[in-house]
Write a protein that binds this ligand. Structure first.
Ligand code: PEP
Length: 252
């Protein structure tokens, strides 16, 4: 059975003070979390150390939004997995569509990062998803297959079991337009079948596949009811404690 994981991607929002306010509100709104659900928050780098100490001992896990593939050295502006672990991160989002679009990250680079994350002991949340143009051209399955194979190749079955995949149709991110539960389920089933092809049934049955793209309290329960949807990666709605905690409750 895959674990249900609800993760909040704060993106480039919340300075240190605002982060503190949101984290305190989240801790109280999520004092009880549905059993079987894991909650992860991913603030910007500048708030991670604070978040690590505020969340210490709570049931909310910490994640980063990105990382580099080296431990240390002359890589100006980058942050290493070791640094993330040192402030209490357990998860790291890799290959978000905004990183692919604005920072030209490729499947090959995301694959290197995934291997590095595992080697360091972080759990990667690997994002895949098609653009509107690709969906309209009816090439969604081809795009997803290429991304999944490219990002996951060479992981061991044990690493894959601990990897989280987030299906995020790019046209649904930050647009208010979510995929219908049926559209999402179709792609999630494809992703699970690709994992099965690459790593076997055991791994495919265990891997968590999140949906992301305008998840809100109003649509979360129906999306999460789909057979192959095992959680959500939430952008806009994770910036307020009441909406994020309502999504977490919808996973019950
Ligand atoms: C995201 O960027 O991961 C995301 C899903 O954003 P939103 O929920 O705002 O669509």
């Amino acid at each position: 059975m895959p674990q249900t994981i609800i993760a909040g991607n704060w993106k480039m929002n919340k300075d240190l003070r605002e982060s503190e306010d949101l984290l305190i509100a989240l801790k109280s709104a999520l004092a009880t979390i549905p059993s079987g659900t894991t909650v992860v928050v991913c603030p910007p780098f500048t708030s991670l150390a604070l978040a690590g100490s505020l969340l210490n001992g709570s049931a909310i896990a910490l994640g980063a939004q990105n990382m580099y593939v080296e431990d240390e050295g002359a890589f100006t502006g980058e942050v290493s997995p070791r640094m993330l672990l040192a402030v209490g991160c357990r998860y790291v989002i890799l290959g978000h569509s905004e990183r692919r679009q604005y920072f030209h990250e490729t499947d090959e680079f995301i694959n290197r990062k995934a291997k590095k994350a595992h080697a360091a002991g972080l759990i990667p949340i690997i994002c895949v998803g098609e653009t509107l143009q690709e969906r309209e051209k009816n090439i969604t399955p081809l795009v997803i297959t290429t991304q999944v194979r490219g990002c996951l190749q060479g992981l061991t079955p044990a690493q894959m079991k601990r990897t989280v995949i987030a299906y995020e149709p790019v046209w649904a991110i930050g647009t208010g337009k979510n995929a219908t539960p049926q559209q999402a389920q179709e792609v999630h089933a494809l992703i699970r079948s690709l994992v099965k092809e690459m790593f076997g049934t055991d791994v495919a049955d265990a891997v968590t596949i999140q949906y992301g793209g305008s998840v809100k309290p109003e649509n979360a329960a129906e999306l999460l009811r789909q057979k192959d949807i095992n959680g959500a990666l939430v952008g806009g709605a994770c910036l307020k404690a009441d909406s994020f905690s309502a999504i977490v409750r919808a996973s019950a």
